[in-house]
Design a protein around this ligand. Structure first.
Ligand code: C2E
Ligand code: CA
Ligand code: CA
Length: 634
């Protein structure tokens, strides 16, 4: 018998096994079975070589060795076909385990073949000087092997809808080749092709769907990718046993990420992955560019994990780490929700709530649901143009007039639906790229209102319009805004744009250009929410704003009667801003005391519920009329 081809086959299988061992053993059931298949293939080829040696020395071999060589070879051959049958079963089932009943049924023909081997006679034939087995037992083994392969083939064809098209093609091509060769083997026993068929199958599957490389991040050593994560999650959830997804989320300390920042992040992630694998025995998956996730079985291991991550924190420089834990299926019903929760937490939540540890519980899930509900509502509202603009009058202290007002967007909802505050939906609209449409709609309504009602005839000199950060840094913004003002014949000095300063827009080229172009036309700018935490004083001075609006929370804090020393903060701020020639407005004036104190400090403009809440167009006009009457009398 020719043993050279068996040696080559053995080497090929050995290489595949080494690749698996180097890459880390697979996590998925089907892939684990495939690895088992490789091991059986390896043994089968080894046994074939052993049998080849026996054939070549038939005269000098004891009958025990002869039987052993035959039984080992034919036995592993049947075993390989059986394992392939289980592999196909695992690939085409949604379950994460194979039921004992299914295994029992699958094992029956194999058991029959093994029995035949145990009791069958040994007999050999010879053709052109080549020795081969001729016993009945061997024939039965070949037949059983062929039956396994044909059953697998039928299953794949019947359940092809459950696997990817490309996977179906690869598996069925491999099985057809194998079945063909197995039948050939059954009828023509003097040429051994069964093991070749097996190796072909292994190589086809390896190249097309089981190459462990497919499950790893290309540039990150030892880190599995999101596909692998999701497939493993599917299996874990199918088991219906509780487990945890532990995630390490990285948030950069700067808004802009350079490629060296990225490299640094990758290397930290690779280190954490390695540590987790060696200390806790759980493999790392890259869920998002900034999120490493792990499957952890017990709370004790979660704790060990937390200690490990906590321990390495001190040394990190450019990133903050949040350790998130999600218990499945306690807080998430299905795979989609689990993925959604992790996406939400790693994408937005950790940026808004910086915390070293986060348990994803019902509260977080509720926030997530609210966030996605808001997104749906806003999307629909943008489609339906279901936004209104309310106006909140602003008092000019110098002459007691309400010569300006802030335009504030309102989401129109059906009567039975609850109100969603812009405080909640504007940030969502910014995140999902809808803010431009909203701001556009608001500005259109503002312009048409000013023109239609001839607002200037009511003594109004400016309307304050909020411009979101995304808008402010868009290079087309100025032409769009100027276009709208021209369309309605609004003199640009009638509009004052409010901008909430963030560190990322102040240095932006497009922002400067928008500001300069609009200023050239005559519009002005105010800095919104001063004192709420973002503002960089020097940047503000450089930007040359006309007006600074003190944030209402800041105003309340400064005027808090329980903390009189806070008043100093207000004094410093006002004096400082005034030194630089900036006009000052205080927001959130809710009562007369506050108004008096602010007027006392020479704050020039006041805005708040004490004077008026934001009101619809009609009510705003009524308000202006009644004020006019008041002054006429005065
Ligand atoms: P903002 O620009 O700081 O607007 C002032 C907010 O304070 C308004 O909330 C207003 O109703 C509220 N307010 C005014 N006076 C008082 C007071 O005395 N007490 C209290 N408690 N609140 C007062 P609103 O209308 O809910 O808007 C929230 C935020 O949504 C705005 O904060 C602004 O950042 C954003 N926003 C509103 N309309 C627009 C818009 O058309 N475009 C953009 N981009 N953002 C908008
Ligand atoms: Ca504002
Ligand atoms: Ca404000």
């Amino acid at each position: 018998m020719e043993i050279r081809s068996s040696i080559i086959a053995l080497l090929i299988i050995a290489i595949l096994i080494v690749i698996f061992l180097k890459r880390g053993l697979p996590q998925l059931l089907a892939s684990k079975i495939f690895f088992g298949f490789l091991v059986v293939c390896f043994l089968c080829n080894l046994c074939e070589i052993f049998e080849g040696i026996v054939f070549n020395n038939l005269e000098d071999t004891s009958s025990m060795l002869k039987r052993a060589s035959q039984n080992l070879y034919a036995g592993t051959l049947v075993l390989a076909a059986l394992v392939m049958c289980l592999y196909v079963y695992a690939k085409t089932t949604y379950k994460a385990w194979i039921s004992p009943l299914a295994i029992g049924i699958v094992v029956i023909p194999g058991a029959f073949a093994f029995l035949a081997l145990a009791i069958g006679d040994l007999s050999y034939g010879m053709e052109d000087g080549r020795v081969y087995n001729t016993g009945e037992a061997i024939a039965i083994c070949y037949l059983v092997g062929a039956i396994y392969i044909i059953i697998s083939l039928i299953r794949v064809v019947v359940l092809r809808g459950r696997i990817k098209r490309a996977d179906f093609t690869a598996i069925s091509a491999g099985l057809i080749t194998w079945a063909g060769l197995a039948l050939f083997q059954f009828f023509k026993r003097d040429v051994q092709v069964s093991s070749i068929a097996m190796v072909l199958m292994a190589v086809i599957l390896f190249l097309s769907l089981e190459n462990p490389k497919e499950f790893f991040e290309r540039s990150m050593d030892g880190i599995r990718n999101r596909d692998a994560f999701q497939m493993t999650l599917v299996e874990k959830m199918a088991k219906q046993k509780s487990f945890f997804i532990a995630s390490v989320v990285f948030t950069g300390k700067t808004a802009v990420m350079t490629s060296s920042d990225r490299n640094e992040l990758s290397s930290i992630q690779v280190d954490i992955g390695k540590m987790a694998e060696s200390y806790i025995g759980t493999v790392p998956y890259l869920f998002n560019w900034n999120t490493l996730s792990f499957f952890v079985e017990t709370p004790q291991k979660v704790e060990a994990f937390m200690n490990m991550v906590g321990g390495m924190k001190e040394s990190e420089s450019n990133y903050s780490i949040t350790f998130c834990i999600l218990e499945v299926p306690k807080y998430v019903k299905d795979i989609d929700q689990a993925v959604q929760a992790l996406t939400f937490v790693s994408g937005e939540y950790v940026y808004a709530h910086s915390t070293p540890y986060l348990v994803i519980d019902d509260t977080v899930i509720e926030k997530m649901n609210l966030r996605y509900t808001i997104e749906d509502v806003v999307r629909q509202a943008v489609k339906d143009k279901a936004f209104d603009v309310f106006y909140q009058p602003i008092l000019c202290v110098a002459d007691g007039s309400f010569s300006s007002a802030e335009a504030l967007v309102r989401l129109r909802r059906k009567e039975n639906e609850s109100f969603i505050s812009p405080e909640d939906f504007i940030p969502v609209a910014e995140k999902c790229g809808l803010i431009k449409e909203i701001d556009d709609l608001v500005f259109e309504k503002v312009c048409s209102f000013i023109a239609r009602e001839k607002l200037s005839s009511y003594g109004v000199k400016t309307i304050e319009v909020n411009l979101s950060g995304n808008e402010a840094v868009d290079e087309h913004t100025h032409s769009r805004l100027v276009g709208k003002m021209e369309k309605y014949n609004i003199p640009p000095h009638f509009i004052n744009f409010e901008i909430t300063e963030t560190s990322y827009i102040s240095n932006d080229k497009a922002f400067m250009e928008n500001m300069n172009k609009l200023r050239e036309k005559g519009s002005s700018f105010s800095m919104d929410d001063f004192g709420s935490g973002y503002s960089n004083l020097l940047e503000i001075l450089k930007m040359d704003y006309a007006l600074v609006k003190l944030d209402k929370e800041f105003v309340w804090k400064c005027l808090d009667p329980d903390e009189p020393e806070n008043m100093k903060m207000l004094d410093y701020t006002i004096n400082f801003l005034r030194d630089f020639g900036l006009h000052i407005l205080a927001e959130g004036v809710e009562n007369l005391d506050q108004a008096k104190m602010l007027i006392d400090k020479n704050v020039e403009f006041l805005q708040g519920f004490y004077y008026s809440r934001p009101v619809p167009e009609e009510e705003f006009l009524e308000f202006l009329k009644s004020q006019k009457g008041l002054f006429e009398v005065g």
